[in-house]
Design a protein around this ligand. Structure first.
Ligand code: HEC
Length: 139
């Protein structure tokens, strides 16, 4: 044990006095700052509400859906507007809808009633999970 060599005192880099950083760099710093704030605001407004999950959605997403039963429920409740093969009638074609919308959005679409004339459905979580599995099965 001879002891480690003393650590050299770090000398902070000092700009020569009386000399401002070049204007271009200040502008770049400002732009980076503005971009950073924009990203932060975007994530607060757009991403966080999407990540937050209400208890119903949470319960639904914990379950494994049965696409077969979902199809049966679809033909009973949804086919009148979306077509027996989900090809679209009054409501839009739902093929590939699970690529356009995430599971939370799909659940909201079914339970919120926010897009009339589509009614507000209130399936229990397992039924919703089955419908979700069916929507995922649509090519
Ligand atoms: C009374 C007619 C009607 C019924 C019944 C209905 N829908 Fe809809 N649905 C619509 C309409 C109209 C839209 C388009 C709403 C909009 O975006 O303005 C829609 C949109 C959707 C969308 C979003 C499509 C997209 O491309 O974003 C999904 C998913 C959906 N419906 C699923 C269902 C399911 C599942 C059921 C049955 C539980 C159902 N719908 C029952 C009329 C209906």
């Amino acid at each position: 044990m001879t002891g480690s060599p003393p650590i050299a005192a770090a000398t902070p880099p000092v700009l020569p006095t009386g000399q401002e950083p070049p204007k271009g760099r200040r502008l770049l710093t400002l732009l980076a700052l503005v971009a950073g704030i924009a990203v932060l605001l975007f994530s607060l407004v757009v991403l966080l509400p999407g990540l937050r999950s209400d208890p119903y959605t949470h319960a639904t997403l914990q379950l494994v859906g049965d696409a077969g039963n979902g199809g049966r429920l679809f033909r009973l409740n949804c086919a009148g507007c979306h077509g027996l093969a989900a090809q679209g009638l009054v409501g839009p074609n739902l093929h590939g809808v699970a690529h356009r919308k995430n599971d939370r959005q799909l659940i909201q679409q079914v339970v919120s009633g926010r897009t009339p004339p589509m009614p507000r459905f209130q399936p229990d979580p397992q039924t919703m999970a089955d419908l979700l599995a069916f929507l995922h099965s649509l090519p």
